[in-house]
Design a protein around this ligand. Structure first.
Ligand code: NAI
Ligand code: MG
Length: 348
């Protein structure tokens, strides 16, 4: 259903921030319909499972999913399969969303909230394209004992060429729509997986002569991200390296409450969520920064609905609200979640 948006608010600040994002989507008057379903601890409470079949069915029917966050300290002692966090892993896998787009750019006026020098922070406008369904996270895992009686553990790092090819294509497509620069991050000096990665990325490059491709080892990339982040346009990398580099990038732009993300299946279906969690320490207090959720809604408009102009409007409205020096507590202000949402609506 091309007009149906599934809203899965989840736990903690999830419902608080998705409420503001939904209001923004409604205000655009695009003829969208919204249906909500419980997920995470909220779903476990009512149905005994963090990802009930009805919630998955809604996600399947919808054009796109707007996700809040899951995680509830009340359920931390549950067995792993029933923990709220299983819901986000389960739904990504169910939807086959293998490409994770994590844009990091600094909004004017937020340089002072960055951990970098203002003149370095000001230049950040990059996107990390992280592979989400493979790598060492999904390879064979095990614990054992060595012949000498020592405890041992292992996780297999593995990619096949199709998995690399499809994420490489997303990387090139993303770069082609931006400044035309793609940096593939690997560890090809040491890892076989990375050598395959590099070979396949270079094969795909033939189809994108307009994109300038470079390769960088992940340790150097970590250093360059804080030394000169303005030099990056699009980064494509595996699941593990992308996980680490994107968390690093988030602090460079001021607050974890500012970073949206999109998990895409390559065919238009997507799951959109702020990169932060349920923040139990501030839940229910109106302190959460809704910008990451609102910017995730903008990504939904752009990537699943093809509503680029509407997405631009939302991003401009966030910039305008921040430009009026409105700040939630994570960025040193005292605006409430609702006040921040109101300001974005006013900006629309
Ligand atoms: P977190 O991201 O929830 O919070 C980390 C810190 O950042 C906290 O001090 C929090 O108050 C602050 N923060 C996060 N989002 C904010 C926002 N929008 N505005 C203002 N401040 C914000 O990470 P944490 O504390 O490690 O995890 C809390 C729960 O969330 C755990 O159960 C964890 O498993 C879960 N989690 C869920 C994720 C998801 O649903 N995709 C992702 C990360 C964590
Ligand atoms: Mg992470």
């Amino acid at each position: 259903d091309s007009t149906l948006i599934a809203i899965l608010p989840g736990d903690g600040i999830g419902p608080e921030v998705t409420r503001e994002a939904r209001r923004v989507l409604e205000a655009l008057d695009l003829g969208l319909r919204f249906e909500e379903a419980p997920v995470g601890g909220a779903a476990y409470r009512t149905s005994g499972h963090p990802l009930p079949p009805e919630t998955l069915a809604l996600a399947d029917r919808a054009a796109a999913v707007l996700f809040g966050a899951v995680g509830d300290p009340a359920f931390d002692s549950l067995e792993r399969a029933l923990r709220p966090e299983q819901a986000i892993l389960g739904i990504r896998k169910h939807l086959g969303t293998f490409a994770n787009l994590r844009p990091a750019r600094i909004f004017p006026g937020l340089e002072d909230a960055s951990t970098l020098k203002p003149e370095v922070a000001r230049a950040i406008d990059l996107v990390i394209v992280r592979e989400l369904n493979g790598d060492v996270y999904f390879g064979a895992k095990g614990r054992g004992t060595t012949p000498a009686g020592k405890r041992e553990g292992h996780d297999l790092m593995r990619y096949d060429e199709d998995e690399v090819r499809r994420i490489a294509r997303v990387g090139f497509e993303t770069a082609a729509k931006r400044r035309g620069k793609l940096c593939s991050v690997d560890k090809a000096n040491v890892l076989e997986t990375s050598q395959l990665w590099r070979d396949v990325v270079m094969e795909v490059a033939v189809d994108y002569p307009q994109v300038e491709l470079t390769h960088m080892y992940v340790d150097n990339a970590a250093m360059q991200l804080v030394r000169n982040p303005g030099a990056f346009d699009t980064i494509v990398t595996g699941n593990l390296f992308g996980d680490i580099l994107s968390d690093q990038a988030s602090m460079c732009v001021g607050s974890i409450g500012m970073l949206p993300s999109a998990a895409l299946d390559g065919a238009g279906k997507g799951l959109y969520e702020p990169i932060h969690g349920s923040a139990p320490d501030i839940a229910g207090q109106g302190k959460a920064n809704p910008c990451a959720a609102i910017l995730s809604a903008a990504m939904l408009l752009r990537h699943s609905l093809g509503q680029d102009a509407a997405a631009d409007r939302v991003e401009a409205a966030v910039a305008a609200a921040l430009g009026r020096e409105l700040r939630t507590p994570d960025m040193g202000g005292d605006a409430t979640t609702a006040a921040m949402g109101e300001a974005v609506l006013a900006g629309l």
